[in-house]
Design a protein around this ligand. Sequence first.
Ligand code: MN
Length: 250
Amino acid sequence: MPLDILLVEDNPINRRLTQVLLEKGGHRVVLAHNGPSALEILASRTVDLVLMDIQMPGMDGLEATRTIRTRERGTAAHVPIVALTAHALARDRARCLAAGMDDYLVKPVNSAELMGTIQRLGLQSTPADTTAAADIIVLDRKTLLDRVNGDLDLLGEIADQFLREHGSLMMRARTALHANDPEALDYALHTMRGMFGALAADSARAVTEQLQSLAEAGDRDEVAATFTVLERQVGALCTQLAGFAHAAAA
Ligand code: MN
């Protein structure tokens, strides 16, 4: 039975990836890019499930969830809300549950985790179709391919998206770094980290995490030095992804 799922996610690559995985599982997906538009959608229609990113600019996922639960008060309604978060820490899980969420997924999520959560919430009893992948192997990028369920077109699409967007994101991070704007820097890095996670680019993701910690600690010299490491990694990643995008198009 197809479910109507509201996906609230500000990161374009994670949004697209999750949308496609849900649609491949036979579900219908409504997209929201931020908390306020999610609230607006839910005010005018019902859905079977909400997948809610936690870290978004403006209203975050916790605040959006608290608002949804406040609106439900005094009614029989309780839409299941599952957090999408970059952090696997127990205290983050506790914060999600305290805000009124029902479950919790750590990004990047794969098809099996999504479908498993849907079943665990009792929304779907039959096992979802998570086949499709398997016998396609692109170089040594098994993790990346698993993540897109073996879908080379989708792989090409997200590779293209990264190739289009990494320049402006790096520019935003660099500008924030030079302007000494920690909030803007953290958000640009957060967005990049989400993309690296979706692309299974683990070393770039680790460097970005390190940058976030250094920036939080206020160590500007270290941040500047580590930023050049990230720039090199992004350059290497682009070369590899261009290869994937090409292979997918062929
Ligand atoms: Mn986010």
